[in-house]
Design a protein around this ligand. Sequence first.
Ligand SMILES: Nc1ncnc2c1ncn2[C@@H]1O[C@H](COP(=O)(O)OP(=O)(O)OP(=O)(O)O)[C@@H](O)[C@H]1O
Length: 461
Amino acid sequence: MAHAHLLVVDDEPSILTTLQKALSLEGYSVDVAGGVKVADEKLKKRSYDLCLFDVQLPDGDGLSLLSSLRAAKNEVPVIMMSGHATIDTAVRATRLGALNFLEKPINTDALLIAVETALRLQRAESEARELRLASGQAGELVGDSPAIKKLVEQIARAAKSAASVLVTGERGTGKELVARAIHQLSPRAKGPLEKLNCAALPSELIESELFGHEAGAFTGATKQRRGKFERASGGTLFLDEVGDMPLPMQAKLLRVLQEREIERVGGNETIKVDTRVVAATNRDLVKACESDAFRADLYDRLNVVPLHIPPLRARREDIPLLARHFLELAAKTNDRPGMKLEDDAIAVLASYSFPGNVRELKNLTERLVILTPDDVIRAADVRTCLPGGGAPKTAGLFRPGVPFRVLVEEAERQIIQDALTHNGGQMAATARNLDLERSHLYKKARALGLRGDGKGEEEET
Ligand SMILES: Nc1ncnc2c1ncn2[C@@H]1O[C@H](COP(=O)(O)OP(=O)(O)OP(=O)(O)O)[C@@H](O)[C@H]1O
């Protein structure tokens, strides 16, 4: 691969000359440096396609040179070279992101192969990223409504920055998908993506999940464990359901976002982290801030780039595309290759309110693929699968192997969802309709992850 610009750093002039000659013969442009200081200067002046660092240098070492490059967000591929490499050095180099470790004396053929492979890999990765960015393709985000087109643009823009992003939207609108797309399109795509669901764990556990713990920090903590913040360093941490994070944890999270360093539970060492946070919530955080359930200062920190995904009923034009997309997926996984949706069937889908948003459409499509005996799914098939669409609700609730608790929860969710839809999302009217105490309905709806207009919710909290 000609025209690539390389930097070779080694303290032995004879090695520099030999390597420079061998690499130049292959058509590479080669700069050389005899130590850390000169290398630093050169690296500041121009960008290289690949660097080769000796480990031991007269004024420092190649590993710290590599680590300062990464700290400065320079992701140039680096190959390390050493005459007396220990396994420990090699491991440290790999951890710091070195691509390869060559033993001295350097075998020129092995060197050329390593250089060519590294450059090819680098080029393939950057081409794939450019391509994804250019096509505006954010993961598998399907839809051609103006709202989705705008969202895709916002994702591409957000991906380029390292700022915190807050993704809002009702349940099942695709918040996690958006968070993943931001990571994949960002320069951190090669780094890790870690996820934590803040609603799923009690406060004490969230803390050790996020920040890790030292051995003996609490009963059961037998070994030291790195937390998600540390593991996501160099990548992205996705905090799902951040609106459900308990207040004491919110204070701790805020501090980490401000100071960019963490302390493991039971430890007193501070650890620098370079973690980009993407948070998501289906709660109205502005309202939560007003009622002091969420810290306003944390909200400001998280909401640097706000991304809102409208509910599916507000962008019905996406329903046909999404339905066909999910049909294709379900047909593949269920081995029903010829399945088709009739236009009338799509029209029925497009007129439904989808309180469970895209996730509900996806599940419904899968159910249709499984339950429709014909290869063609017609309007009548869709109607039988829709809540209140004609299917006798008492039939077919039992599924072998599914626990009673899950079946009952599903039935409850369906009933409340239908009742809410029937009453235009109004909680008070829904409670009257179902002859339920309002506070009981709120509690149930919240536990099942459903939302109405939320009016009167404060009364019970
Ligand atoms: N625009 C879309 N294109 C393709 N698939 C989508 C789209 N939006 C959502 N999905 C799919 O719908 C399902 C639900 O999406 P996701 O889990 O991202 O929603 P969410 O908003 O994070 O939900 P929750 O709030 O319940 O965590 C996933 O299977 C996801 O892949």
